[in-house]
Every structure is written in structure tokens, then in C-alpha cells.
Design a protein around this ligand. Sequence first.
Ligand code: MN
Length: 251
Amino acid sequence: MTKNTQQMLIDFHCHLDLYSDYESVLERTEMAQIYTLTMTTTPRAWKRNFALTHTKKYIRAALGLHPQVVDKCFEELSLWKHYLCETRYVGEVGLDASQRYYKSFDKQKYIFRNILEHCAAEGGKILSVHSTKCASTVLDMIEQYYQTDNGTIVLHWFSGNKYDMQRALSLGCYFSINSEMVKSNNGRNIISKLPLTHILTETDGPFVKINGKSVEPTDIPSIINSISQIKKENYDIIKSNIHRNFLAILE
Ligand code: MN
């Protein structure tokens, strides 16, 4: 086996349980040997997601409480705490300050603070964090409530500015890049400045679509291709850096 074939593809943030044909997407992902972290949006979905993934070699489920459903699922925080000892992967969690969800922002902060504090206390957790329109608040909270070196924060679909990006890097955060980021001007600007040592790839499927079709883990090569164009770096170099970062996080 050459070195190249050992560089695996990574989808560090998607929602495999939410595809209408989830069984075939799971099967294709496993067959293609793409290391995939699938989110749960509510703790209530954890058992099903765990059941769908725990026998797979390449797919793992993360335990989350999505900021966009905090208003409806606030009471599920206790369930999230109950399941936390069953996994090292946490997501999707974080904050969303966009207009539609801002009314629950105080509740979101309460939940996210609890999640950060519990993850820091248990140690060794790997978090996939949402930060739409509030990157600086998310970073404030990470700084304040996630006081540990024992664990990793991955900022998913980051849309903050370059100062937020620098601050996140100084806090040790990684960034998982998707096909929407490579399309937007701010996303391209951020990607061009991110060090190769702190990038990962994600699809955020089925929410993210390309030409009307939900992106899935097998589409990761096209995202690597876009990153390689933005960073003017060889495809294999981008791919191997992402694989190395993935291994470093899992260490
Ligand atoms: Mn997501």
C-alpha cells in the first residue's frame, strides 16, 4: 500500500440520520472508508444515532443539543448530561444569533455554558461547535468555561472575521470547512489565512446542497479540491494535512 492510499478522507460534521435515504448514505460512506462524525441535534436522538453507527468502522456519532432547537428542547439538557459518559464526541452544540433564533439566545448561552463546563470537567471530549453570527460570543464562552487542554474544539462552518479566526487559533480551535464556506467571499478569505495545521473538512449534509442535491461524505474530495485552489496548494498536501490533523485530534 502506498502512503497516499493511507491518507483518508474526513467528514467531521454531518447529520447522517436526517437524510431521507440514510441507510444507503451510511452504507456508501462506510464502503468509501470516509471517517465521518455524524451529529445529533437533540439528546433524544442519541440512542438511535448510536445504534446506527456503533458497529461501523468509519462512522461515529456525536451527542448534541443544537442551538437552533434549544427553544423546544431546553429540558433535554439533563438527558445530554446523562449520555455524556457514553461518548467522547459532542455536537452539534454552540450558539446561533441569526434573526430566527435570537429570541432563544439567553437559553442557548445557558445550555452551551453547561455543555462546555461538563466537557471540560470530564476531559478528552471533541466538540463540533456552531457559531452563526456570534463567533466572538462563542469564543468568549470557550475562553471562560472551557478551561482545559484536555479536549478539542472544532469550529464548524466558521463565519467570523479574521480577528475571530486568530483568537480561535490562539485558543487551540480547529476549523471544519464545507462547500458553503468555499463559495462565500468571507469563507474564502478565512480559508486562505488558516494554517494547514488546523483545518478539517465537513459536508454538513443533508442541510448543505450542491445543485439542489444534499452533499454527503463521498463529496468531500470536491471540498478538498476547492481548498487546494484557494490555498494554491497541491490536493494531496491538503488531504494529508487534514488526515494528520484528524489523527492529532483523536490521539
Ligand atoms: Mn450541522
